[in-house]
Structure formats: C-alpha cells, structure tokens
Design a protein around this ligand. Structure first.
Ligand code: 5GP
Ligand code: ZN
Length: 153
C-alpha cells in the first residue's frame, strides 16, 4: 500500500468519499469530477498500480463489480449506454496510480470520445446517485456469487 495514495486512504476510511458498495476485495465510490451523473470508480482494496499488475482474481472481481453496476444502470435505471474504462499508464490518461475502473452511465449519448468534459460533484448530486443505486446494490453481490468470486451466504 502506498501511504500517500488517495484511493488507499479512501479504502482505509482516512479520506472521505461517497461510497456505493464495498466488500473484501473492492470498493466503489463516486468520482469527484464526473463525466456524467453517476460516474463511479470501482477500485481494489489492495494497492496495485494499474490493471496490468493486479492479480487476475482481483481484476476479475473488480470487472465483475463494474459489469453488475452497468447492469443496474442499463437494465433498471434506464441509461441508454454505459462506458466501462480503465486507464493504465500516464500515456493512457491515468492520473491516480491505484487500479480502478470507471463506470460511466451515458444518459445523453456522446460515446466514449466525450470523456474529458467534467463537472464538480455536488453533495446534492451525490445523494441523488446514492439513492438511485442503493435499492439495487444487491445485484453486485449476486454477480460475484454467480461468478464464484465470493461465497454464497
Ligand atoms: P484516471 O485518469 O486515473 O483513470 O482517473 C482518476 C479519476 O479519479 C478521475 O476521474 C478523478 O476525477 C478521480 N479522482 C481523483 N482524485 C479523487 C478523489 O480524491 N476522490 C474521488 N472520489 N475521485 C477522485
Ligand atoms: Zn493505493
């Protein structure tokens, strides 16, 4: 773990974040500069620099969580599209060097090219997103159980 790493600090509860979901391996919270409302970051609890040096079981876990969140946005909340993106390396646009996957619902279209327009997350928007996701968040755990990545209850 890198002591100064912001995502490690969030994972340890030392820095604030609007948390959507957490388990033994992963943590999901709202991006502070969302591309669109509901922009989430799925991170590993352990510190790995990026997807290319995280263990495959962690990669599988984090992407399964990301896919389940995309399912909530697409199938339940009616988003017409979702981008799932991970950046590995500064040349790819990575700014936080702790493995994470972006889940970006696309309410207005525009596709993956529109990744650079950002706004500042407000508390009001954060509360709205948490409220939208909360009733459906059990889908994430179910997906992990179905994938054999965690045990059933
Ligand atoms: P990257 O470019 O590394 O894939 O994306 C890093 C993301 O983390 C960016 O979208 C940025 O807005 C977000 N971010 C950076 N610092 C913080 C923080 O302290 N808290 C939260 N919630 N998001 C952050
Ligand atoms: Zn870290």
């Amino acid at each position: 773990m890198a002591r100064e790493c912001i995502f490690c600090r969030i994972a340890k509860g030392e820095a604030p974040a609007y948390k959507v979901y957490e388990d033994e391996v992963s943590l999901v919270f709202l991006d502070i500069f969302p591309v669109e409302k509901g922009h989430l970051l799925v991170t590993s609890r352990e510190h790995y620099e990026a997807v290319h040096n995280a263990p495959p079981r962690v990669v599988a876990h984090v992407f399964t969580v990301a896919a389940a969140l995309a399912k909530i946005y697409r199938d339940i909340l009616g988003a017409p599209g979702v981008n799932i993106v991970t950046n590995s390396g500064r040349a790819a646009g990575q700014e936080v060097f702790h493995f994470h996957v972006h889940v970006i619902p696309r309410w207005r279209g525009g596709g993956w090219r529109r990744l650079v327009e950002r706004h500042v997350l407000t508390e009001e928007e954060a509360r709205e997103v948490l409220g939208m996701l909360k009733p459906h968040i059990g889908i994430v755990r179910k997906a992990l159980i179905d994938a054999g990545l965690v045990g059933g209850e």
